[in-house]
Design a protein around this ligand. Structure first.
Ligand code: ZN
Ligand code: ZN
Length: 568
């Protein structure tokens, strides 16, 4: 547990708290916490869509960290003292989630201290990009707010340099790789300023900002030769981070062991499917004895079936109404016809990472549309486009749409927005959100969607990726798995392309725990469903009612939702 500061010294006694005898009191307290948070952390405010904080910046300084520590302890104490009794179910979940967030933030600040060893933590580009490219005010006002923010960048980088001590080589290299991206965002600001006739007014501050980026680069290049902090988290930090971030009823170790068992089941099923498909897909030659070789050859051959590159976005658009119809006709859950999903090509400034993703409006901008961004393949070389198309082949593309859109992320979001809780929208549980999308894949296949041996095999491949993410993350950060073994796990044993596997190896070096969220959430949702099914008996269990009740709690940790649903 965290060491607390003296609350009396912080003046807590003098603060008049709202009355808490009814729901409105909790909501008022949560609201004042959020408003205080935005004042303390303008970058977080901008990310949440509160653009009036755009001219301010969050400096990564010791003074700021001291202020943050006091703030977190103060609010932790306030929410801890709240009695559960008068709160609604949703509010009790909110309170538990706020306590978890405050404890997690304190642990990151005082124990994990990523601010001291990960130079990529200190990257000002994200908020600048959001402020410039979100339509929250006329362009003139956006650029003027950015001008104020730019003036603070030299101080930002000075504080960042002073924060770093024992850095890792990998994160230092990442920060160096990202520096040109920061400069590109500054160029973007400059071209907007020029169009508005503000170019010469802003040039001195833009030049000072560029010099600050260059100074940070020079400092990182100096640190690089002696950078030797291990990037692997190790068992103790990993378990604690898992507990804070995932909020599972299981430990990281238990989740890892569950993933090992699930991997065996999935591989056995894929082996049977691939062996059955062998004669029709490959031909008369005898299949290899090695199951990985057999499965891999059948998947490679089937992957040749895919849409034409110029039809990629259109095909996604065409599948959405089909998925809606399937979910409706099979009585899987109720959808909202008033909230159509807008499929579009990923805006140019967001391109580069994901093939597809849901972009919901920020919690403070509910009037905005939800987009399904799909990366058009036009800009790729013929070879790269072919590789992407094989990866997102005829079957996998359908499962991608299930995961991202219906009944995955998009549908979950529609339900979450119906029970408005700013706490859940802002600090929603990532394992629940990803777990639901992964559960949705399985549930659709179980309902008979796309039923064929090919679909079953391809679903197995995608599901194995989810399972392998957990195995990889734990093996690398806790068990010390090396690069060669990691690439073998991903490529030979999970049928991923070399490009995908190398990208995953990089991601697991730079992040920890997040890769486990998909399987952790999925396995808890699935287990909850099976428990409820066993309780109700085959005739008493209603799948649609289960889905709607589950989603109705919003993006809360599965463990909290499960506790509620198992009560009755
Ligand atoms: Zn092809
Ligand atoms: Zn997802």
């Amino acid at each position: 547990m965290m060491k607390r500061r003296d609350f009396a010294a912080l003046g807590l006694g003098a603060v008049a708290l709202p009355a808490l005898s009814h729901d409105a009191g909790f909501d008022a307290l949560a609201e004042s916490f959020l408003e205080a948070l935005w004042k303390l952390d303008p970058d977080a405010a901008v990310a949440a869509g509160r653009f009036e904080f755009a001219p301010l910046i969050t400096p990564p300084s010791n003074a700021q960290r001291r202020k943050t520590g006091s703030f977190l302890n103060l609010w932790l104490n306030r929410f801890e003292r709240l009695p559960d009794a008068p709160l609604s179910t949703s509010q009790r979940m909110d309170r538990t989630m706020l306590l978890a967030k405050l404890r997690s933030d304190l642990w990151r600040l005082d124990v994990l201290k990523e601010w001291s060893w990960n130079p990529a933590e200190h990257n000002p580009a994200g908020p600048i990009d959001l402020i410039l490219n979100t339509d929250w005010a006329p362009e003139q006002a956006r650029v003027k707010a950015l001008h104020e923010r730019l003036k603070k960048l030299p101080g930002f980088y000075a504080a960042a340099r002073a924060s770093l001590s024992n850095v890792t080589r990998e994160h230092t290299e990442l920060a160096l790789q990202q520096a040109p991206g920061v400069l590109a965002v500054l160029d973007d600001v400059e071209s907007h300023a020029q169009q508005l006739g503000l170019g010469s007014l802003m040039r001195p501050d833009l030049d000072a900002a560029r010099a600050a980026v260059a100074g940070y680069q020079a400092h990182l290049n100096k640190l690089l030769p002696t950078a030797r902090r291990p990037w692997r988290l190790g068992a103790a930090l990993y378990e604690t981070k898992f507990a804070h971030d995932i909020q599972s009823a299981r430990s990281a170790r238990e989740t890892y062991e569950l993933a090992l068992a699930r991997r065996d089941e999935v591989l056995a099923s894929m082996h049977a499917q691939a062996a059955a498909l062998w004669p029709s897909v490959i031909g008369a030659e005898p299949p290899p004895a090695d199951r990985f070789a057999l499965i891999g050859l059948v998947i490679a051959k089937l992957s040749e079936r895919h849409v034409k590159r110029e039809r990629f976005v259109d095909e996604v658009r065409a599948q959405i109404p089909q998925l809606e119809a399937w979910v409706r006709d099979h009585d899987l859950l109720t959808q909202d016809p008033d909230k159509p999903l807008a499929v579009r090509e990923t805006p140019v400034y967001q391109r580069g990472v994901a093939v597809a993703g849901i972009e919901p409006p920020g919690p403070y901008r509910p009037q905005d549309k939800t987009y399904y961004n799909v990366l058009p393949l036009d800009d790729l070389s013929a070879e790269a486009a072919e590789s992407s198309l094989r990866e997102y082949n005829h079957w996998i593309l359908q499962i991608l749409n299930i995961h991202e859109a219906i009944p995955g992320h998009y549908t979950q979001l529609v339900y979450a927005n119906r029970a408005p809780s700013k706490v859940k929208a802002l600090f929603g549980n990532g394992a629940m959100v990803e777990g639901w999308a992964v559960y949705g894949e399985r549930m659709m296949i179980e309902s008979g969607y796309g039923a064929s041996p090919e679909m079953t095999l391809m679903y197995g491949k995608l599901h194995l990726r989810t399972v392998t993410n957990t195995l990889l993350d734990y093996s690398v950060h806790v068990l010390g798995m090396n690069e060669a073994d990691a690439l073998d796990l991903l490529m030979r044993q999970a049928f991923q392309t070399e490009r995908e596997a190398r990208g995953k190896w990089r991601r697991v070096q730079l992040t920890s725990v997040q890769l486990t969220s998909y399987f952790s959430g999925y396995s808890e949702i699935y287990a909850l469903r099976e428990r409820l099914k066993a309780k109700a008996g085959p005739a008493g269990f209603n799948l649609k009612a289960f889905h709607e009740q589950f989603l109705g709690y919003g993006s809360a940790p599965v463990r909290l939702i499960a506790a509620e649903m198992l009560k009755t």
